[in-house]
Write a protein of this length. Structure first.
Length: 189
């Protein structure tokens, strides 16, 4: 029974992560149509964004573990408290990451390239997405809650819908409205 339950959780989590990676491939395909400078800027941006985003994911994972343990122990009040504290940590981190990206976009881009056009493109993207880090912070906290409560279907479906809509929005904003690389943060929002 435990192996079956472990497999079920692992399978749904693997499907969710696969959805994320397939979505990233779709976005990369769209970016590749924008030319070499946009592709280079996006490669650097992805490295920076991954470092900024990983703590948000891990705060959500920590919330999952603590809430699941407390749910198992029948401690409903601790589950609520963990959720509230975790969400506060997520929001504070999201704000700090956004501020850091606004302040240090240029030096961060310069770690990856010396090409001024690529740096300018990367900076414009980072300055825009910096205001949006609060959204994935909240999303990660909410998904952490549902994972902790054992309802993995919600997290799987939300990831699938998120990336399908994100890729569709990118396509519209890039190919129809010709917004260039700044279309991506708007599509993420």
């Amino acid at each position: 029974e435990l192996m079956k339950e472990t497999f079920r959780y692992g399978f749904v989590s693997a499907m969710q992560q696969s959805t994320v990676q397939i979505g990233k491939l779709g976005i990369q395909g769209i970016v590749n149509t924008m030319g070499v400078t946009a592709t280079a800027a996006f490669a650097a941006i992805n490295r920076i964004d991954d470092y900024a985003y990983i703590p948000e994911q891990n705060i959500g994972h920590a919330m999952t573990s603590v809430m699941a343990q407390n749910r198992g122990a029948g401690e409903g009040n601790r589950v609520k408290r963990t959720f509230l504290v975790g969400m506060c940590i997520e929001v504070v981190y999201g704000l700090m990451a956004g501020i850091a990206l606004i302040l240090f976009a240029n030096p961060l881009m310069c770690l990856f390239t010396k090409d001024s056009a690529t740096i300018i493109m990367g900076e414009s993207y980072l300055h825009l997405i910096a205001f949006m880090y609060i959204v994935p912070a909240i999303t990660n906290g909410v998904q952490g809650y549902f994972r902790g409560m054992g309802d993995l279907k919600i997290t799987l479906w939300s990831s699938m819908i998120n990336f399908a809509v994100r890729v569709l929005c990118c396509m519209i904003l890039v190919f129809v409205w010709d917004m260039g690389i700044v279309a991506l943060p708007w599509a993420y929002l």
